[in-house]
Every structure is written in structure tokens, then in C-alpha cells.
Design a binder for this molecule. Structure first.
Ligand SMILES: Cc1cc2nc3c(=O)[nH]c(=O)nc-3n(C[C@H](O)[C@H](O)[C@H](O)COP(=O)(O)OP(=O)(O)OC[C@H]3O[C@@H](n4cnc5c(N)ncnc54)[C@H](O)[C@@H]3O)c2cc1C
Length: 496
């Protein structure tokens, strides 16, 4: 288990076989696979684990129907195999879920095209899960659906997850396999030496810098990858935003996939942790990646527009929105200036002039495969081992039991009662390296997104637990509260 954060001075005493920079899903997956192979591996994250894109995704473990429709059979097939593996290995955390794709007169794709794509999708996954729903049945299920030109819908399945909790689950597994991970540890410089690499690492809680030695280093910093890669820039940062609506206002029980009236892009409307989520947008992100992203006013309008077009009787307004969430996709740019949603979602592994291997791009779903590619690039595994690990569908990724108090990690869990919440938070504070109130509220229990005002109503339950388990006094609590409230106002609220 992750346990408590260690002082950087202590960690720097070890000569590490491998240092992984970046504590999102990609870094966590590499830490797990390398540790499993007996490599003395340390992961360093500049903020909190999953603080980057890996807590801000659409939370789908999926093959990506869109990628198959774009002809990316390989990416879809690998993602589907990983989906099926995760469904078996983490059944409480990765949940198979019905997706409903309404089809209207004259719209594309129609029933024939969707049936063809879904037949292949299911075949690649090794399941048989799609079927047609008639117009009458669909309207019985969703009387709020716009019935204009409605012919029926294709139903298929994919899976939902709590992305940040998946990262934590992978980190727990990695630590149980002998790995080490530290948050609030920023790598600021990398030098190659005769024995490997020397890293300058700053403790972002104290400001102190410490030197580390490692035989090998991986830069798994996603949207930040170009900063440390020592090559020409390869990442095209793209922002995707979501809005959360109370389930009572927008009661959706499946993942509705609807086409946006402005640009015919698919947008998902689905239940998540007791509320309803709508997303995503897809735009070039021109702001600094070092500033926490936020959903803009135009993105809110774009998402409300598709919901109101498809579900007009609900009449959603900005006043209905509980919270917003924006993330930056680390897309490997084609350099063609393509429409953002048409860029490929594959990952890329490359080596910089200092000899450090960098990885960026890819998906939450394929973290295990990305990790294997990185270990291959580092020559930790050979071609044969890579092929076997990629294609052996019986190979397990998770072998250890990790507690999940009161359904903490289920993507479909309802907002917990105060007693359940207390049990969850006590367990988290003992086991998951919380340093700030926002670590707990935004990435461990997700209350910052799922409850109005960033979950202000549960702070009375949270405060005594932080005092007891983290040793915070009144002044520290007030500092943490102010920091958290600023963050909620800036990056998780409805913009003016
Ligand atoms: C809107 C949106 C929706 C998406 N939906 C899905 C989906 O439904 N399913 C799916 O499979 N994928 C989805 N994705 C893609 C997926 O979320 C990303 O591919 C994945 O999370 C990237 O993980 P990562 O670890 O590479 O990057 P990150 O999660 O961003 O992790 C990189 C980490 O590196 C850290 N870092 C940066 N610089 C340093 C440094 N100098 N020292 C130490 N640490 C550093 C950062 O703080 C960050 O935490 C979506 C992405 C977006 C944006």
C-alpha cells in the first residue's frame, strides 16, 4: 500500500534502477510493471497522484468506437482486450455499462453503419453485446428524449471507472510489488552520468531540492512531456471539459451517446457517482500546462446545447450545473493542423538526446500496454517477452487484495452516508499519502465534483479526521480550506 510520504533526503540514499517521472496512469503502470520484474523503481509526481489528466478523463474503459470508425483497428482491439482484462480483475472498480446511441432519420451514422461497426467492435472484444432498440422501447425508457426523426437506437456495452482511483489502485499494487512512489516531488533537471542519470528533484511542499541517481529514467509526464524530453516538441495539448448535473434533474441510467448539432461530434451523457456527467469538448489548449485547466464559458454553452437539443423537456440551464472539470489530453500531434478530434489517440515512446525515454499520448484504458512498450524501449524486456505480455489474455495485471471501504472506488456508487464517508476517509488518510485537502476532496473521494460548492456540507465530517490523522491544527485547516475554496472557484465552478 502507498502508506506515508517519505522525505526526499531519505529516498535519495538509494541508487535506483529506474526513476519514473509523472504520477498519472502512465507512470503508475510503468512503476507496477518494472517493480514486478524486480527493478528498484521510484515514481516521482510533482503534485498529487493523478493530479494531471488522469483524474479529468471521461472515465471510460473502452475500445473507442470512434477510433474503430476512423479505421484504427489495432488501437481498438488492444484497448478492448485491456477492457475485458480489467472487467475481470477489478470488477468493483471497472463496471460494464450499457451505451445507447440514438439514430435519427437522415443522420449519420445510421443503423446499418452502426451495426457493421458494432459487430466488429464486439468481435474484437470477444463478446456479443449489441442490439437494436425500437423507437417505442427507447421512448418508454427515455420519455425525455427528443423524438424528432427518431428511428430507435443501437445498444452496446463498454465500461466506466473512477480514473483517479484507478491510478491509486495501480500505485497500491506497484508498492505491494516492491515499488516506491512519492507525491509533491518535482523533477527539475536531468543530467546523464557515466553510471546513468543524475536528477534534481524539488520537494514542492518545502521547496528543498535533492539530487538523485538512477540507472534509467522515464519521462511519463503526459501533457508536460516536451519540457523534459530533450527533443523537438511532439505533444499537441487538447482540452476536454465535462459538466456535472444532479441526477434528480437529469435522470440517465445508461451512457447516452448523442451527436452535437454544431459539429456532429459524439458527446456522452452518463451517470457517474450518483450524478449525471456530460462531456466532452475537444479544443486546442493554448494556456500553460502549469496552470490548472478549467472549463470555459463557451464550453459550458456547447455542452448545454447538445443536452437541450437531445433532451429538450429537461431545459438545462447553468444554474443546474453542480461543477465542471477540464483536462488536457496529451495528444501526439501529426503536425498537419488536423481538426483536434481527428488526431490519433495512440501513445508514442521516444528517446531524447540525454538518453531518457519519454512516453506520452495513449489512453487510460491501455496503461498496461503502454508500460510494456516503455520497458521494451528500456531493454528491461525483450521482443519475445513484450509479445507474450501484450497478447497473453490470461496474464493478470492485479494480484494483490486492496481494501475498498464502502464502495469507495465504484464509478456508480451513490454519495455515501456520513458513517460510510468517515470509514472511507479514515482508510484514505492512513493509506493514500494525502498532503492537502484538495487531494482528499477532488481525487480520493471526488466530492469536489459530485457535491454542490465543492462538498462544503461534508467538511464538518472531514475536519476532525484531518486533525486526528494528519495532525493539522486550526491554522493549517484554515490554510487548506482557503486553498481548496480558491481551487474550486477557479477550476471546478461554472464560469461567468
Ligand atoms: C477530456 C478527456 C477525456 C478522456 N477520456 C478518456 C476515456 O474515457 N478513456 C480513456 O481511456 N482515456 C481517456 N482520456 C485519455 C487519458 O485520460 C490520458 O491519456 C491519460 O490520463 C494520460 O495519463 P498520463 O499519466 O500520461 O498523464 P497525466 O495523468 O497527466 O500524468 C502526468 C503527470 O506528470 C506530472 N508531472 C509533470 N511534470 C513533472 C515533473 N517535472 N516532475 C514530476 N511530475 C511531473 C503531472 O503533474 C501529471 O500528474 C481522456 C483525456 C481527456 C483530457
Amino acid at each position: 500500500m502507498l502508506g506515508h510520504r517519505q522525505a526526499l533526503n531519505e529516498l535519495s540514499q538509494t541508487d535506483w534502477d529506474l526513476v519514473v517521472i509523472g504520477g498519472g496512469i502512465t507512470g503508475a503502470g510503468i512503476l507496477l510493471e518494472a517493480s514486478r520484474l524486480g527493478k528498484k523503481t521510484l515514481l516521482l509526481e510533482q503534485q498529487d497522484f493523478a493530479w494531471g489528466t488522469s483524474s479529468r478523463s471521461s472515465k471510460m474503459v473502452h475500445g473507442g468506437l470512434r477510433y474503430l470508425a476512423q479505421g484504427d483497428v489495432g488501437l481498438t482491439k488492444h484497448s478492448l482486450h485491456e477492457r475485458e482484462r480489467l472487467l475481470v480483475e477489478l470488477p468493483h472498480m471497472v463496471v460494464r455499462f450499457p451505451y445507447i446511441f440514438p439514430i435519427r432519420q437522415g443522420s449519420f451514422p445510421g443503423r446499418i453503419a452502426m451495426t457493421a461497426v458494432l459487430t466488429m467492435y464486439d468481435k474484437l472484444a470477444g463478446v456479443s453485446d449489441h442490439r437494436w432498440i425500437s423507437r417505442d422501447k427507447l421512448l418508454q425508457q427515455y420519455p425525455i428524449l427528443n423524438d424528432e426523426g427518431l428511428k430507435g437506437a443501437m445498444r452496446y456495452t463498454d465500461a466506466l471507472v473512477d480514473d483517479a482511483r484507478l491510478v491509486l489502485r495501480v500505485l497500491h499494487e506497484a508498492v505491494l510489488e516492491g515499488g516506491t512512489a512519492n507525491n509533491y516531488s518535482q523533477v527539475n533537471a536531468i543530467k546523464s552520468t557515466s553510471e546513468g542519470f543524475n536528477l534534481t528533484v524539488q520537494d514542492t511542499l518545502t521547496g528543498n531540492s535533492v539530487e538523485f541517481n538512477a540507472k534509467q529514467v522515464v519521462n511519463a509526464t503526459g501533457a508536460w512531456a516536451d519540457i523534459l524530453s530533450a527533443t523537438n516538441a511532439k505533444v499537441r495539448p487538447q482540452r476536454g471539459s465535462h459538466i456535472f448535473i444532479p441526477a434528480a434533474k437529469l435522470p440517465i441510467h445508461d451512457c447516452l451517446t448523442v451527436m452535437h448539432p454544431d459539429d456532429n461530434r459524439p458527446v456522452f451523457i452518463y451517470p457517474w457517482k450518483g450524478q449525471t456527467c456530460i462531456g466532452t469538448t475537444d479544443l486546442d489548449h493554448r494556456e500553460s500546462v502549469n496552470v490548472e485547466p478549467f472549463c470555459t464559458s463557451q464550453e459550458v454553452d456547447y455542452l448545454l446545447k447538445v443536452a437541450n437539443k437531445q433532451l429538450p423537456s429537461v431545459s438545462l440551464t447553468r444554474a443546474d450545473i453542480i461543477s465542471t472539470m477540464a483536462g488536457v489530453r496529451p495528444i501526439i500531434g501529426s503536425g498537419t493542423g488536423n481538426d483536434t478530434s481527428k488526431e490519433r489517440r495512440d501513445h508514442l515512446v521516444w528517446t531524447g538526446s540525454h538518453g531518457v525515454v519519454t512516453v506520452s499520448g495513449g489512453k487510460l484504458t491501455t496503461f498496461r500496454l503502454i508500460a510494456l512498450d516503455v520497458l521494451h524501449a528500456l531493454s528491461i524486456i525483450n521482443d519475445k517477452q513484450l509479445k507474450n505480455a501484450q497478447s497473453n489474455r490470461k496474464l493478470r495485471c492485479f494480484n494483490h487484495h486492496v481494501e475498498d471501504p464502502c464502495d469507495l472506488s465504484s464509478p456508480l456508487a451513490q454519495v455515501p452516508s456520513n458513517d460510510q464517508l468517515k470509514t472511507q476517509v479514515e482508510w484514505i488518510l492512513k493509506n493514500e499519502m494525502v498532503q492537502h485537502l484538495d487531494d482528499l476532496m477532488l481525487r480520493r473521494i471526488r466530492a469536489g465534483n459530485m457535491m454542490p460548492n465543492g462538498g462544503a456540507e461534508i467538511l464538518a465530517v472531514i475536519k476532525p479526521l484531518c486533525v486526528q490523522y494528519l495532525g493539522w491544527d486550526e491554522s493549517r485547516w484554515q490554510q487548506e480550506l482557503a486553498r481548496y475554496q480558491q481551487m474550486i472557484a477557479r477550476s471546478y465552478s461554472v464560469p461567468a
